[in-house]
Design a protein around this ligand. Structure first.
Ligand code: COA
Ligand code: MG
Length: 298
């Protein structure tokens, strides 16, 4: 994440493309982004009808996001290897969403192939690729996939953890605090940072348990995630809160910035602030946090 290009993705809600009532709600949700889903949330019998709705959804694009900011709109397509994948991509190239979320990405080639299909369909460069990391093979190739983020031509902008599929494909138990998933989640995070990608956490299935959901958001924010993917509108507010800089972190960032601005500190590489060592790298970190807060209106 560069400060200039910061784009909040704290709350990213899946909306099944087959659910008209849910689609109609997009403008009022207050989330940073939505993922219109053509993949797992849509039954095989409804796939084609769901795809045919895209043109209408994007022609009539809702503008309101959080604090008047436009809500980012991404489409999750079916895998290119499935019977729906190629036509999904052709429809998406016409609809020109902000991003296309690819399920079951396992190799750099999976991303490059879809990029080529988008190029062939004249999708503008503004259409980015997001990759679901949800299989054992993806975990083994995570560094090489993330590296594509350094090449703008690849369009790759964001990783999304697919925790339900990872649990299914590995056989780990879904435990409190996600103990067995944590090594993989941290590895995804590390790879995402190496590739300058955003990193979003997986969904929390039990949408009637707001306390447990809030705990999981707090955990993911502490792990360095940019935001969380969501399944229900009731999860938006807690995610927006958890992934925004806390008032305490903002106060500390302002103090660091003010301290370096003092005449006696201007040329210094390292200073002392309230008994702590503070270096220029902390100033850069503070400025990044303040820019993030400004972008989300915190
Ligand atoms: N996006 C937008 N609106 C949504 C929504 C979503 N993901 N989930 C629910 N809503 C709306 C409902 O349409 C309903 O609207 P209404 O008051 O006008 O009837 C309202 O919020 C309350 O919904 P509720 O009755 O609490 O939930 P439900 O039982 O209808 O649906 C789910 C529960 C889980 C089936 C539904 O939330 C859903 O489909 N979520 C997304 C699932 C998904 O995309 N999975 C794939 C990725 S993991
Ligand atoms: Mg999946």
């Amino acid at each position: 994440m560069t400060t200039e290009s910061y784009r909040p993705r704290r709350s990213v809600l899946y909306v099944p493309a087959s659910n008209d009532k849910a689609l109609a709600k997009i403008a009022q949700l207050g989330c940073d982004a939505v993922i219109i889903d053509l993949e797992d949330a849509v039954a095989p019998a409804d796939k084609i009808a769901a795809r045919e709705k895209l043109a209408g959804i994007f022609a009539d694009r809702p503008d309101a996001g959080h604090n008047g900011r436009r809500c980012e709109m991404v489409v999750r397509v079916n895998a290119l290897s499935s019977e729906w994948g190629a036509e999904d991509l052709a429809a998406v190239a016409k609809a020109e969403p902000d991003g296309v979320l690819l399920p079951k990405v396992e190799t750099p080639r999976d991303v490059l192939e879809v990029g080529d299909v988008l190029d062939d369909n004249f999708a503008p460069d503004s259409v980015k690729l997001w990759a679901m990391i949800e299989t054992p093979k993806a975990m083994l190739n995570i560094g090489a996939i993330a590296e594509l983020g350094r090449d703008p031509a690849s369009r790759l902008a964001c990783f999304v953890a697919g925790t339900n599929d990872l649990i299914k494909d590995t056989g780990v138990l879904a435990m409190p605090d996600r103990v067995y998933l944590l090594p993989w989640l941290m590895q995804m995070l590390l790879a995402a940072r190496a590739g300058d990608l955003d990193m979003l956490d997986g969904v929390f299935n039990d949408f009637r348990d707001p306390d447990a959901f809030a705990r999981e958001c707090t955990q993911a924010a502490a792990m360095g995630f940019d935001g969380k993917t969501l399944i229900h509108p009731s999860q938006v507010e807690a995610a927006n809160r958890a992934f925004a800089p806390s008032p305490q972190a903002l106060a500390e960032a302002r103090a660091v910035k003010d301290a370096f601005a003092l005449a006696q500190n201007r040329g210094k590489g390292v200073i002392s602030l309230d008994g702590r060592m503070v270096e220029r790298l902390h100033l850069a970190q503070a400025e990044k946090l303040l820019a993030k807060a400004a972008a989300i209106g915190a």
